[in-house]
Structure formats: structure tokens, C-alpha cells
Design a protein around this ligand. Structure first.
Ligand code: HEM
Length: 456
């Protein structure tokens, strides 16, 4: 027994019962958020699950969420193992999500500015124009629109135009297929490795590499003519490569430079799609959101960047509430770097772990009537999300979403424009959203809404 374990009386960690070999994979694949909540209620803040023969320690609840950001949490947990398959697949040495400690900080420092909300400064109205053009292309009046797919094209258009001046729409399907295979096989390991031999995946991956090479060529060409203060994310990554190749070697460029699509595509597409559902499903919320966005755009199609968020409390509440109930990251995956004790349980060095940060989203203790869609929870004095460890849609600790503030603007502007411009309806008022869990939890791909017409 390790020195850590010898020093205190330990609790016995429950094993969640499952079926041979598959373990708990079916329950988890069905509804991972619910699975973790149910286990937390039944077994407490620490338990073990088995997925395809592999054991995972799960820690969940507010203490687990806050643990990610503490010194002990940073020393005890790392992301490396979960991402090394992806890093290897691209022949890279390291990538942001898979590094820890100083090495992680080094990469995060290079990319911080490019992923920040400042990168959108002065470009809100351009984003609105991109969004409006997407409506003309992908949301025709009278049609039933597959929402998630339409949103995937929307976010690719937005990110591509902002970052490289053009949208790589012809690569959307390839990016999606690559994310699907890599996350399922190499990161969450819910599918066997043999799938990576599938020609469909190989072709998609080659296309993503091709996209990365185009982005690198774009960055190289700009390097000598763009002033350092005007650099975007691509420029900063290229500058790091050209000026400090030991930090950003050529081998790591593709995975870093296509990062925004991998990190932003499914996350934003799933979240915006879920917001379409939640707002249409709640007519009283819809009326409040309509009123707000109509006022915002009353004098034209441009917005004042200053104080934008404050002008849209109902929409912001709807976005936050949707992210609480439909989190795209149900749990964070980590490995224990050493033996440590969490809530009286011994976690052993090398154990694969899930940190169930979203469990609290569904607990009445933190969000009274947690299953109720209530957009006013976030307003003071209630501010339910402010309870430490209660609300973590963007993760926690050193790997907290680097694109968080950029994503917040992308979400609010996109949704403001969706609800200002489009008159949408669900299949029926009784329609209940079906969800998918892989590669990223969110609305099912067959979730459709009908475009009744244009509101403006
Ligand atoms: C609805 C929108 C989004 C949500 C809910 C979200 C959520 C998350 C979460 C939970 C993580 C942490 C994963 C972990 O700890 O293992 C993360 C990481 C990250 N996200 Fe986001 N994300 C969103 C949008 C975006 C966008 C639009 C971008 C950039 C274009 C972005 C860039 C990143 C990056 C670069 C990381 C890695 C940070 C690191 O490892 O240090 N995200 N995101």
C-alpha cells in the first residue's frame, strides 16, 4: 500500500455493476449525463466504472469540479494519456489539449490571444453578415432544416472567415468524420482501433491534413506582411513556428492550426442547435427573446459591441440554461499522475478517470427544480451558477475552454440573428428532442425545424 493510503483510513470505492467486457458502456452511451448523475446519487462522489474492459475512476460533484482548479488537482491529474493517440495519429509531438503543466502553459500562451474575444473585436457586424448569408443558403423558407448539420456549416463559415478570410465549407464533412473517429476510437476509446483502417476515415483525415496545409500556406504568406499586433490565431501559431521552431515544430502545425475547427465545430453546432430547441419549446421564453432581439436590431443590422451581453438577458439566460441541461462535455477525462485521496477514497497512480463536472447541473441542491428550464436562474440575487463548482459548461482548471469568451460571443450573436431573422417551428409543440452522445453529446442529427418564413 502506498504511503498516501497508509496514512488515513480509506473508504471502499464502489464498483458500478455492469455486463461482462462491455461493462457500463451501454448505459453511458445512452445518456452519459444521466448515467453519472444516477451513479452519484447511488454511490456517492467516487466510484469506478468499466468500459470495454477498461476501468475508470469517477469523481463527481462540486468538490470534484473545484478539485480540477486546485494545486492538488493540477498535481494529481493530467490530460496527456487521453490525447496521445490523436497526437500520434497526426505524427505530432504535442498538442494543446494533451499537454500539462509548463508545457501546456507554453502552448496556451501562444494561442491565448488568437482564441480570445479580442480576436473578434471590431468584427461583430461581419459575423452578422456571415450569419445572414448562411440563412439564405441553408435555411430556405418552407423547408425542414436539419439543425445540427446547418449549424455545423454556420460555425465553419464563421470561424473560417474570421480566421482565414474564407470558409472551408467543402471540408465540413471531413472534419466531422475525423472528429467522430478520433474521439470515439482514440480519445474516449468507446470504439475499437480497427475502425481507423476504414477508408472513409482515412480519406476524411487526409482531407483535414490538406486543409491544414492550406492554412499553413496562408499563414506563411501572411507572416512577413502582418504586423505582430494584428496577428490572428493562425498568424500567432505560424510566428511561433518560424521564430521558435523548437516550441512549435513543423510536425505540430497541422494539429494546432486546424484546432479551432476541431474544438469549435461540434461544440458550437450542438449548443446552438439545442438552443433552437429549448427556445422554440418554451413559448414564454421565445416571446422574451424575440422582444430583446427586435429591440437590439430595431435601428439596423449592426450592433454596438459595447455592452452587447447586458442588452440580452433573456437570450443569455436561455443560452446558459441550455448549456446546463445539454452540456457538450459531460465529464473531463484525466489520468492520475500519483496516488491521491479524494473524499476518503484512494485513487491510484495511472488510473484513467472521469471528472463528472456536469453532475451538479442536474441537482436540485444547486439548481432548484433542476429539470425545469428557467432562464432567470442566472440573474442576481439568485445567480445559481455562482455556487462554487456548480456550473461548468466550459470545463474547469488549466484546460478550461480557451475559446470560452469567443464562443460566448459567437453563441449570442448567432442566436440573436437566428431569432431575429427566422420564424422557426418544431415538428409539433409536443416534440421532445432526441439526443446523440457521440462524438460529442448534443441534439440528434435528425432534429429538424421548419422555416415558416422570415421575421425581418
Ligand atoms: C459551446 C461552445 C463551447 C463549449 C461548451 C466548449 C467546452 C469546452 C470544454 C469543456 C473544454 C475542456 C476540455 C477538458 O478539460 O478536457 C474545452 C477546451 C477547449 N476549447 Fe472549447 N468549448 C466551446 C467552444 C469553443 C470554441 C468556439 C473554441 C475555439 C474556436 C474552443 C476552443 C477550445 C480549446 C482550444 C480548448 C482546449 C483548452 C486546453 O486544453 O487548454 N472552444 N472547451
Amino acid at each position: 500500500m502506498s504511503a498516501v493510503a497508509e496514512s488515513v483510513a480509506l473508504k471502499k470505492t464502489p464498483q458500478v455493476p455492469g455486463i461482462p467486457y462491455l461493462g457500463n458502456v451501454l448505459a453511458m452511451a445512452k445518456d452519459p449525463a444521466q448515467f453519472f448523475v444516477d451513479c452519484y446519487r447511488k454511490y456517492g462522489s467516487v466510484f469506478r466504472v468499466k468500459l470495454l474492459g477498461q476501468s475508470y475512476a469517477v469523481i463527481a460533484g462540486v468538490e470534484a469540479a473545484t478539485f480540477l482548479g486546485t494545486r492538488e488537482g493540477k498535481e494529481s491529474l493530467r490530460s496527456k494519456e487521453f490525447w496521445e493517440g490523436l497526437v500520434g495519429e497526426y505524427g505530432a509531438k504535442r498538442m494543446l489539449t494533451g499537454e500539462d503543466g509548463e508545457s501546456h502553459k507554453e502552448l496556451r500562451d501562444i494561442m491565448r490571444r488568437g482564441y480570445s474575444k479580442e480576436s473578434l473585436k471590431g468584427r461583430y457586424n461581419e459575423l452578422i453578415k456571415i450569419t445572414d448569408n448562411v440563412f439564405k443558403r441553408d435555411w430556405p423558407v418552407g423547408k425542414e432544416v436539419p439543425v445540427v448539420e446547418a449549424m455545423q456549416y454556420m460555425v465553419t463559415d464563421q470561424l473560417g472567415t474570421i480566421l482565414t478570410g474564407s470558409a472551408p465549407l467543402e471540408y465540413v464533412k471531413d472534419i466531422r468524420t475525423t472528429i467522430l473517429y478520433i474521439l470515439n476510437v482514440l480519445v474516449t476509446r468507446q470504439r475499437p482501433k480497427i475502425l481507423l483502417k476504414n477508408p472513409k476515415y482515412k480519406k476524411a483525415r487526409a482531407r483535414v491534413v490538406e486543409l491544414g496545409e492550406k492554412m499553413i500556406a496562408y499563414g506563411k504568406e501572411r507572416y512577413s506582411r502582418i504586423k505582430p499586433e494584428d496577428r490572428n490565431l493562425i498568424d500567432d501559431i505560424m510566428a511561433a513556428h518560424i521564430e521558435t521552431p523548437h516550441i512549435m515544430p513543423a510536425s505540430d502545425l497541422i494539429v494546432s492550426i486546424t484546432g479551432p475547427y476541431v474544438a469549435g465545430l461540434d461544440t458550437v453546432a450542438n449548443t446552438t442547435s439545442a438552443i433552437v430547441y429549448t427556445v422554440l419549446k418554451h413559448p414564454e421564453v421565445k416571446a422574451r427573446v424575440y422582444k430583446e432581439v427586435d429591440e437590439l436590431f430595431a435601428s439596423g443590422d449592426e450592433v454596438d459591441e459595447e455592452g452587447l451581453m447586458k442588452k440580452l438577458p433573456a437570450l443569455n439566460g436561455a443560452i446558459m440554461e441550455t448549456m446546463r441541461l445539454y452540456p457538450i462535455a459531460v465529464a473531463q477525462m484525466r489520468t492520475a499522475t500519483k496516488d491521491f485521496i479524494f473524499d476518503g477514497h484512494l485513487i491510484k497512480k495511472g488510473e484513467m478517470m472521469y471528472i463528472g463536472t456536469s453532475v451538479t447541473h442536474f441537482m436540485d441542491e444547486y439548481f432548484p427544480e433542476a429539470r425545469k428550464f428557467d432562464i432567470d436562474r442566472y440573474q442576481k440575487p439568485r445567480a445559481e451558477h455562482m455556487k462554487p463548482g456548480a456550473y461548468s459548461p466550459y470545463g474547469r482548471g488549466p484546460h478550461t475552454c480557451l475559446g470560452k469568451s469567443l464562443a460566448e460571443i459567437l453563441l449570442v450573436l448567432t442566436m440573436a440573428r437566428v431569432f431575429y431573422k427566422l420564424d422557426l417551428e418544431l415538428e409539433s409543440p409536443n416534440y421532445v428532442l432526441k439526443t446523440k452522445t457521440a462524438p460529442t453529446p448534443g441534439p440528434a442529427m435528425d432534429f429538424k425545424v421548419r422555416v415558416k418564413g422570415y421575421r425581418h
